[in-house]
Design a protein. Sequence first.
Length: 202
Amino acid sequence: MTSLSQLQLDMKFLTPERVSQLTSICPTPEELDLIKGYIDTGGDAQRLAMAEKFFHCVGAIPRLRTRLEIIAFRQAFIPQLHHMEVSINIIELAIRQVNSSSALRESFATILALGNYMNSGTSKGNCRGFSLRALERLSLSKTNDNKTTLLGYIAKYAHENNSSMLELKKQVSYVAESTKIDFSKIAHEVNLETRILWEMYS
């Protein structure tokens, strides 16, 4: 039979699979009380069946079920924490790139100048900025000759007149990667882990 020390703190023995198995067969307080009552009234522990002998053995470990649940939580939490750290690091890198990208500033300035030129003489002309949603229309809006989109025109302008704008993809490489991150899922995982920890230690 597994030694008592193995069931207590031997993390090499306590793999996630074994922790799950031990938790599923962990004796209930009622079962432990029955065995204790038997022993206390002079019963011979050696005459117990194999399952009862196991219960009698692990029953000597204080708060066994709680300790197994904490170990299981720790084993599951560490990989989840690593995943969250990686995601948060990507987001932080993306924010830094956006704040420091000269190509992005040049691109936005060009888009703003083009928009003001196209809207000159109207209420939309001479703007000092634009919403990010306006960027979605660049690939939909056509030039006057209907041969290309505004996005294509800006790309052509960058190639011919402002090569620094061509560094945009390189300078904000983490932005595309950050868009794949599910922010709501990360928030849900953090809240869930916090609640589990609170329940375990309260």
